[in-house]
Design a protein. Structure first.
Length: 191
């Protein structure tokens, strides 16, 4: 099964982007991105080089296990590492598939997250035949919440939750849950 999924998730090109699996060469871009305070504003801390290396190793293992993870986004024209966007099976919650992204500041405000996420939502619903894809976000992260809304994801404040292993008095503890069903995705795609 895993081999089949891996083959379903090849290197993909969109209008402006290359979406591909993680490779060892991505470590430098990952270190730079996860060490940037602007990028990590809604995370407990910046990542050290060692933590970024562990993140890369975990991402590569996720690719091997599930055939997908939060894959790399790079600029199609220049090959520049822009961050990641895609589907992932989170280790902190029950059985679900989430969509997520993290981009370098130079890629913000250009529709990159939406462009990449639209492809991965289609992959999730059409290729993987998922019934639902979720997204989670720190409630104060209005930029990411806006991307979720542009993707047609739905938010019910009653489903907001405290993120595991984050102290309840930490301002980053409360998370919003967004959902998108396969039926809603298809309705949006058909206009």
């Amino acid at each position: 099964m895993t081999e089949i999924l891996i083959e379903r998730c090849p290197r993909v090109e969109t209008e402006r982007l290359v979406l591909r699996k993680w490779e060892e060469r991505d470590l430098e871009g990952l270190i730079r991105m996860n060490g940037d305070p602007r990028v990590m504003e809604f995370f407990p801390s910046l990542q050290s080089s060692e933590e970024a290396k562990r993140y890369l190793e975990i991402s590569i293992r996720q690719q091997e296990k599930h055939g997908f993870c939060f894959p790399v986004v790079e600029d199609k024209e220049t090959g520049t590492f822009l961050g990641f966007c895609g589907l992932n099976v989170p280790g902190y919650s029950g059985p679900c598939v989430e969509i997520g992204w993290r981009l370098i500041p130079e890629a913000w405000g250009k529709g990159i997250a939406v462009e990449a996420a639209k492809f991965w939502l289609g992959f999730g619903f059409e290729t993987l035949q998922l019934d639902e894809i979720v997204a989670i976000v720190v409630v104060q992260n209005h930029k990411s919440r806006r991307v979720m809304e542009k993707l047609g994801m739905m938010h019910d404040p009653a489903e907001d939750f405290d993120f595991p292993n984050v102290p309840v008095d930490d301002p980053l503890c409360r998370h919003a849950l967004y959902r998108l069903s396969a039926n809603r995705f298809r309705e949006q795609a058909n206009g």
